[in-house]
Design a protein around this ligand. Structure first.
Ligand code: TPP
Ligand code: MG
Length: 109
């Protein structure tokens, strides 16, 4: 299983189609906070107003399905049940996990 951010995944999401083509049995857990939260946190730590750090609500589960894989959109509360339901598959699975876009106020940069 690979745990990724929505910003990081969207920069290289064409690679998901490669994973489908190669029939890789992988699971991607995408932490979808609709933001570049690390950058937002860095700006806050530097005393700057945040700029350019919000992302739109992309349906990454649909991107996965359109690429020929399995896409599931869920919440933290439903995640344990979703993980139990995933069967072993030759198709890559992407779990689009909707989480809160909360910066980390204690991070030191
Ligand atoms: C190719 C590239 N561009 C820009 C950056 C700068 N960068 C570091 S963290 C980050 C935000 C990542 O956002 P996301 O993957 O959604 O994770 P989050 O911080 O929201 O959990 C960016 C843009 C980078 N590391 N690599
Ligand atoms: Mg993010």
């Amino acid at each position: 299983m690979s745990i990724v951010g929505d910003g990081g995944f969207s920069m290289l999401m064409g690679e998901f189609a490669s994973a489908v083509a190669l029939e890789l049995p992988i699971i991607i857990l995408l932490m979808n906070n609709e933001s570049y939260a690390m950058e937002a946190n860095a700006m806050a730590a530097a005393g700057l107003a945040s700029f350019g750090v919000r992302l739109t609500d992309v349906r990454y589960d649909q991107v996965a399905e359109a690429s020929g894989g399995v896409g599931l959109r869920t919440t933290p509360a439903e995640l344990p049940a979703v993980l139990r339901e995933i069967n072993r598959t030759t198709k890559p699975v992407l779990i689009d996990l909707k989480v809160d876009p909360i910066p980390l106020p204690t991070a030191k940069l």
